[in-house]
Write a protein that binds this ligand. Structure first.
Ligand SMILES: [Zn+2]
Length: 130
């Protein structure tokens, strides 16, 4: 699967994604630096998911009406929650659980649907890479 699109966005990402599509760097919380994933533990994937704006856990599970947030397309995909070094979850929001930092509880940094237990997504835009 060659990805020769050559856009600016993907040239940024070539630093983060290895030739076999995995993360070259550790994935860290943007706020406290807690380690979420070790290098080469996740696979880069593009799929459009809606994540509410970053906030503390307490206000994440009380979603009334419309929620402001972003449609994000670039994610790290992990098939087993034990792959994570540290990660927390919100309470279910419908069939969705959002992934949050296990230490400072900021989020959502990722997305998980209860209908597919083998797909945990971490949004590249919501984490640091180091
Ligand atoms: Zn944190």
């Amino acid at each position: 699967m060659d990805n020769n699109q050559g856009s600016k966005e993907s040239s940024d990402r070539t630093e983060l994604v290895s030739e076999d599509g995995k993360n070259t760097k550790s994935v860290l919380c943007q706020r406290c630096g807690s380690k979420v994933l070790c290098p080469a533990m996740a696979v880069f994937t593009e799929t459009e998911l809606f994540l509410p704006s970053m906030r503390k856990k307490s206000s994440l599970s009380t979603t009334e009406g419309s929620v402001d947030g972003d449609n994000l397309t670039a994610h790290w995909l992990v098939d087993d929650m034990y792959t994570f070094e540290n990660v927390g979850f919100t309470n279910d929001v419908g069939r969705i659980k959002y992934l949050i930092c296990a230490d400072c509880e900021i989020g959502p940094i990722g997305w998980h649907c209860l209908d597919d237990k083998k797909k945990f997504y971490i949004a590249l835009d919501r984490v640091n890479h180091a």
